[in-house]
Write a protein of this length. Structure first.
Length: 133
């Protein structure tokens, strides 16, 4: 017999509680993303200003187009994933919803399959202090 994990379990949860968790998680996600966009723009502007100074003061033997490209990935929002689920649950007539352990991890604990990517780029910008820019 194979070994089972928590993600293999199916549970029934009150729709209202699931909806509350998703709405709260979405709000935190949107706030983090918005802050990350502000910081990302600050980083881009700083890099652009530094590169413009080099372009103005150098004899431009370098590829200017390459200097104007940004290597750092832009923040990404996954708000749409929350919105679809929230809309579905708001329209549902069921009092209780059956979900898997994997769905529980994503929807309630906010540990989606894209969470690692979101944390490595978007959250890193949101956590930047003004001193590091």
């Amino acid at each position: 017999m194979g070994m089972y994990t928590v993600r293999d379990l199916d549970i029934e949860v009150p729709r209202a509680e699931l909806l509350t968790a998703l709405i709260s998680n979405r709000a935190r996600h949107v706030e983090t993303y918005a802050l990350a966009v502000v910081k990302y723009k600050e980083v881009c502007i700083q890099q652009l200003n530094e590169r413009l100074t080099v372009i103005k003061n150098d004899d431009c033997e370098m590829d200017i187009r390459k200097m104007l490209q940004f290597e750092d990935p832009a923040p990404v929002s996954y708000e749409g994933a929350y919105k679809m689920l929230i809309d579905m649950l708001e329209m549902s007539t069921q009092e209780n919803i059956e979900i898997t352990g994997q769905q529980f991890a994503a929807w309630v604990q906010d540990k989606w399959d894209w969470t690692d990517a979101f944390n490595s780029f978007t959250v890193s910008y949101a956590n930047m202090s003004n001193a590091s820019i």
